[in-house]
Design a protein around this ligand. Sequence first.
Ligand code: MN3
Length: 212
Amino acid sequence: MASFNKIPAVLPQLPYAYNALEPHVSATIMARRRFSPLLLHHSKHHATYVANFNKATEDLQAATQAQDIRKQIALQAAIKFNGGGHINHSLFWENLAPSSNGGGKFPSSGPLADQVQKDFGGLDGLKKAVNAAALGIQGSGWAWLGYNPTSKKLEAVATANQDPLLGYVPLVGIDMWEHAFYLDYKNVKQSYLDAIWNVINWETAAERFSKA
Ligand code: MN3
């Protein structure tokens, strides 16, 4: 996996400006753009996962040194949650792109296009499957387009909370936490999903697929 799969976790730079995904993910127009959902999402939410993950891994090292089993076990949940949050968001930022810079443009040919045709009958079928996985999440979670190396198929999968997509190669992740869409779309998840496909970076997805 990419460099973000290393300790200590580091908040990656966004590969585009905070307003670059407008109007699909906004730097809100109201109040002279005093705050942007994307800025909050990256510099507050993701940064917090990074800080809490690093703290938990340090505590785990101390607990290991102290040979304290109870302490080690108690830290597992924080490591899973914050480590997953870090990995998932790192994947997410890179699988988005401004629509002025390739976002939403699905390749008309190549290995990924062929596989999507095979497994979903085309891009519309893929979107339908991933949207269904996303809308089926109860509470917070992530929807994914993943490559299953066992069945050698692309699949639409959902994970709960900040659980990372294990056992698959993640090609596209969509954050289905309310903090990802509420400021733009309130409770209407379908509108968020309709918009997010306009800023999916298929070039990144194709690269991930070719490495899979
Ligand atoms: Mn998020």
